[in-house]
Design a protein around this ligand. Sequence first.
Ligand code: KDG
Ligand code: MG
Length: 402
Amino acid sequence: MSNIERAEVFVASPGRSFVTLRLTTSDGVLGLGDATLNGRELAVASYLRDHVAPLLIGRDSARIEDIWQYLYRGAYWRRGPVTMTAIAAVDTALWDIKGKVAGLPVYQLLGGRSRDGVLVYSHASGTDVPSLLDDVARFRELGYHAIRAQAAVPGIRGTYGVRKGAVYEPAATSLPEEQPWSTEAYLDHAPTYLEAIRERFGFGFHLLHDVHHRLTPIEAARFGKRVEDCRLFWMEDPTPAENQESFQLIRQHTTTPIAVGEVLTSIWDVQHLITEQLIDYVRTSVVHAGGITHLRRIFDLAALYQVRTGSHGATDLSPVSLAAAVHLDLTVPNFGIQEYMPHAPETMEVFRSGVRFEDGMLHPPEEPGLGVEYDEKAAERFPYEPRYLPVARRLDGSVHDW
Ligand code: KDG
Ligand code: MG
């Protein structure tokens, strides 16, 4: 029996902040899990260090399902981003260990390949329409078959989704920046640049757009209807998903596919959306939805209702998460697409990952486990610096959904 002997939590900011769990077994096998919750990093680090690590020591590292149930049911307090991210980190690290013990890459433990590679989309953006079009051209040249497009709304400083430097990083300030928002200006502008992209580049690639929870259901219905001729792969998070019946209203008006789930953390949070077929893609991720064990359960439920997967994969999900996602995506029958934003070079100095991008697809490392290493020494050069996502305010000063 190979017991968990050590549980270490690393918090560092190589390019951006990451929380990483490393488990070590009595046989000296290491397992990594991502525990990053953007802007709330230390809450998960404390949950792991203070409340989970002491419970893990001495447990059989092979019993992944049992440890999942123990941490989930045993805590009494269930669900929520902090709990589910902490459980995810443990679960991911245990799959990494199991792969290393078996001498197999994790995707082989999950049933083996269902496809040759994992289709990904990346983020084109622009401060205006011409610069967005240039960016789309650049992603086409890089070989992407699917591109998300976002442009700044004229007169609205700091529109979400618009890259400032080489890497899109909205969590950029030591206290949340307040940014203005106008739904009217967005609804007038966004359809015009999506149309401009189709006019210039045609329909030979997938086009995606993230509404980022900014619209009411009827506004989202109007938006989806207006852009139908652009044949979007999806419109993402058209409205906040707390009131899930409201997606029915959007559905009544438009055939534009809908993707939801990056802020949802359990199968119960997506159950209604899936079983009522109110969405087409579920965007829950390994790191925020309880790890590989729980995400696979969500994806299996989704498969029953012809909902496909489209996991969140922004840069605030570490290379450990990305690797875990690629292993899982490769195996699930109802895979749709994977979000992929390459990490900053500093991030890749700390996380050595064998995940490979080729011809618009990601491929997992073939070595045992997840195929990612954490360089603790390199991480010491990047001490933790708290950074927050912005907050949006309407033009009258009231808070809007970011
Ligand atoms: O932490 C928040 C980001 O991950 C989020 O703003 C990115 O919406 C996002 C996306 O679709 O990648
Ligand atoms: Mg999003």
